[in-house]
Design a protein around this ligand. Structure first.
Ligand SMILES: [Zn+2]
Length: 96
């Protein structure tokens, strides 16, 4: 018997701490342009961001929104797959 730390129970206090850290991450995000924090204008991952990341590391929980985790281009690809589902016209199966 022995589950890995993935399914560990988190107390309310821990969850509150993680929620606060997540909020901190949302606020302190390095801009994709010049890599400066959008919250406090520090270059690179600022002190607030690093502190928040440490909280997630301590409990082994990844943040909800991780930079690069979402791949919009995979969804926005589109394509014409709908054509596959169109039945051929006049195949003689219709009951007149
Ligand atoms: Zn910051």
């Amino acid at each position: 018997m022995g589950w890995s730390a993935v399914s560990v129970y988190l107390s309310a206090a821990v969850r509150a701490e993680l929620a606060a850290a997540q909020e901190q991450l949302d606020r302190h995000t390095p801009s994709s342009g010049d890599d400066c924090c959008t919250g406090c204008d520090e270059a690179g991952p600022c002190a607030m961001r690093r502190a928040a990341l440490r909280v997630f590391g301590r409990y082994g929980c990844p943040p909800r929104r991780w930079p690069g985790a979402s791949r919009p281009e995979l969804i926005a690809g589109g394509g014409s797959w709908a054509g596959w589902l169109t039945p051929p016209a006049g195949d003689g199966l219709s009951n007149g």
